[in-house]
Design a binder for this molecule. Structure first.
Ligand code: SF4
Length: 220
């Protein structure tokens, strides 16, 4: 247990040193200032759109929404469904995502609802599963809820030789072994994703030159 704790922290520090602060979740503060919306709304929208697609595609859909002045709960709720579908097209599954976003925006309005909402309540909303709920809690609500995704699973499986397929079990493992520090939770999740994309790729990880190779069990 103590070993996991110190090794996990060391992994965090090494990734931070290698890649620097990621400052997730990225939001366009200036846009929200101009439109009188709340940046937390953008986080919720991004968390839904990123399901089953890359962030690059999400960014294109977010830009489309911004171009029409619709990147807010009110904008999404009031936009005609067909128009919303068109704007979300770059993010894939755009028909499903448009319907879901409308439902989520309506249910979570006004955005101040996020301040008291529980994880269970979030997961009762159609289209919000464990990972999306945790991303919303961590980045929009400022709660200590570690986010697990395929990248995180892959990196810890290799570095720690840890095989935890169950989402809740892996989330608990992180939360039991990390200090209760919001910035650390936010940065660590982003850094694990960055590392998985740059070096710890699904096929043919680039272990030569990997900044955490010296602590990786895969290489032993
Ligand atoms: S050494 Fe290879 S398997 Fe281990 S973390 Fe680095 S890239 Fe991934």
């Amino acid at each position: 247990m103590r070993n996991s704790r110190s090794k996990l922290l060391k992994l965090y520090e090494s990734l931070l040193e290698a890649y620097g602060r990621q400052n997730w979740w990225p939001v366009d503060e200036e846009y929200h200032r101009r439109h009188g919306s709340d940046p937390r709304e953008e986080i919720v929208v991004g968390a839904i759109l990123t399901q089953n697609t890359s962030w690059k595609n999400v960014e294109r859909a977010l830009e489309n929404l911004k171009g029409e002045g619709l990147l807010s709960f009110r904008g999404i709720t009031s936009a005609p469904l067909q128009k919303l579908e068109e704007l979300l097209r770059p993010s894939g599954y755009y028909r499903q995502k448009a319907r879901r976003l409308k439902e989520v925006a309506q249910t979570l309005s006004p955005v101040s609802r996020l301040e008291k909402i529980s994880r269970e309540e979030l997961m009762r909303i159609k289209g919000i599963g464990q990972e999306t709920a945790d991303a919303i809690l961590l980045y929009a609500c400022g709660r200590l809820s570690f986010v697990i995704d395929a990248y995180t699973k892959r990196v810890v499986e290799r570095v720690f030789g840890l095989k935890k397929d169950a989402y809740e079990e892996l989330k608990r493992w992180f939360e039991e072994n990390l200090p209760k520090d919001l910035e650390l939770y936010r940065e660590f999740h982003a850094l694990l994703d960055e590392h998985a994309k740059r070096y710890c790729k699904k096929r043919d990880p680039e272990c030569a030159g990997c900044p955490v190779a010296q602590m990786c069990l895969k290489l032993e």
